[in-house]
Design a protein around this ligand. Sequence first.
Ligand code: IVH
Length: 693
Amino acid sequence: MTNADQSLLDEVARLRAELDDANHRYYVLDDPSLTDADYDRRLRRLQELEAAHPALVTPDSPTQRVGAPPDAGFPEIEHAVPMLSLDNAFSEEELAAFVARVAERLEVEGDAIAFCCEPKLDGAAVSLVYEEGVLITGATRGDGRTGEGITSNLRTLRSIPLRLRGDAPPALLEVRGEVTIDHASFEAMNARARAEEAKVFANPRNAAAGSLRQLDPRVTATRPLTFSAYQVARIEPPQGDATHSALMAHLGDFGFRTSRELAVVTGAAGIIDYCRRLGEKRDGLDYDIDGVVIKVDDLRLQRELGFVARAPRWAIAFKFPAQEQTTRLNDVEFQVGRTGAITPVARLEPVSVAGVTVSNATLHNADEIARLGVMIGDTVAIRRAGDVIPQVVRVMKELRPSDAREIVFPERCPVCEAEIERLEGEVVARCSGGLYCAAQRKEALKHFASRRALDIDGLGEKLIEALVERDWVTTPADLFRLEAERLAELPRMGAKSSENLVAALAKARATTLARFIYALGIREVGEATAANLARHFGTLEALMSAEQADLEAVEDVGPIVAAHVHTFFRQPHNRETVDDLIACGLRWEEEAVGERPQPLAGQTWVLTGTLASMTRDEGKARLQALGAKVAGSVSKKTAGLVAGEAAGSKLEKAMQLGVPVLDEAAFLERLAAWEAGERERASHQGSDEEGEA
Ligand code: IVH
């Protein structure tokens, strides 16, 4: 072999290892190491090398995830070990009875038995077979004995290793787990489907199952699916793991995602405590769970207990209350948002869904009403998950009463009576009243004053409504002309609170360019985009005079966002508002222009306790500006914890795990150094580019 051949092989091997690592860090550990651009660059390079040297392509190469042509149908795959179901427990008494049964059969005390508890993921079950460390087949559960071979589709999931990690893979491994879609991705996927008038899914479980059964793997590849392993069906040769929990850790070493909530407890009391705690956490999780799976941890005891009919004796599923309920649709009202978007809101007969009383749900838009075929008076299925706004997912048309009424979309704005427009190709109908519409004005002002925008202390929803209703405030600039004496005439506004508000307005005049851009409420311009625009253009003048193409050159800004920004600054009344705000004394320091160097890219930081010199949100924004991800909880992958006054359990956990901890003084010092480094490097980069040009 020549040196050139060897260096080619080395480069291919290095790129594959780097890409596999990046996938593992991103999709399994939730701890990204490469930026998207760095990942894409490596993937493209590997694709080029493989195209030039086809003999080097291997089935487990990261380029081969979406290789297979569409299937004509799915082959049957017989499960070597049947995929069983679980018995259910619906109460703590039934959990205690399960422990008593297990204890009796094993002839030991229930309190002495260790159980592994983990969330019952609500998705689609699949089974993966690896031979000599390489993924050979993947199948659905089917009827438990025979499933459908969906190997090409499962290969597109980047949380599924194509080759097991580590040097000594077992000769045979069959892993089972659940394919799920997290809430944020599910919402985004359905929003896109609604905009494109494509299929909308009722819940993440249906979306996951449907995505896995696509005949074209390229379609599956676009779906945000995650595989989490929860069981080893076969492993040869045996690896000596004595417990289910040890096996799960072993799967983690092979490169699989396993539950972060997994815990080993003892006895009925331990199980009940776990189920209560997970139940409390359920709403805060970003994925659907429908209960807890409890397994005897000791694998020898599992074998001793064996199976009855179609379920193991050593495991049980504790079921949480359902996230879907049915109720009556009493009426539909139409709300007007900040950008004039008209949203139909279902007024429901109040119903308790997984512990929360729900009386409103969104119906999204006219197309959604048509798709559902819903009428006032219908019985509807509603779904509530986590923080997501409750949705109407289905209509029980067979229960429709004879006096059901059609839902009529208004032709005029219910607030200002301006015409409602629906532009060609858009699903959303909008009030054309702009800032003349009191509803839009109120929403725009609320946004302008909100914490992440100009952060005007004391200017809440009620006060904004009172100001708009009296026509004291039409544009945001009017806020800065309010006088304390006049404010004191408003209900519930004394002299003191009026003065405080005027002082807060004075303080809010000094802001940042990023906040100012965000506060303007340009469509599709959220906080992150506003920060990118500020960093890229440096001055408001540069941003306002940017052409469409200049805007598209900004990180994460596509043609649609660019068009919204461009149009916004071409409207004379928007320019007047901006000028007026500047005339009222709004100001900021100019941002350093240039590509964003990110010394903390790939790192996850956590903030806890109270900081004296800034709010936690500010601290978070400054870390994010340096490229860090900011998380809510500490794990062993946390790069650092910033601990303010009265830091509690997070500080404890960080110390236990050996995560570096910064107190406020150390944090400020490091921030200053990172931010100074950022500016220095930013200006170097600028001059380099000029030198080359
Ligand atoms: S263990 C012998 N663990 O629940 C059965 N199942 O009714 C071993 N599921 O179809 C299953 N999360 O798809 C197990 N952490 C978990 C699970 C889990 C979800 C599903 C699984 C199965 C069903 C059992």
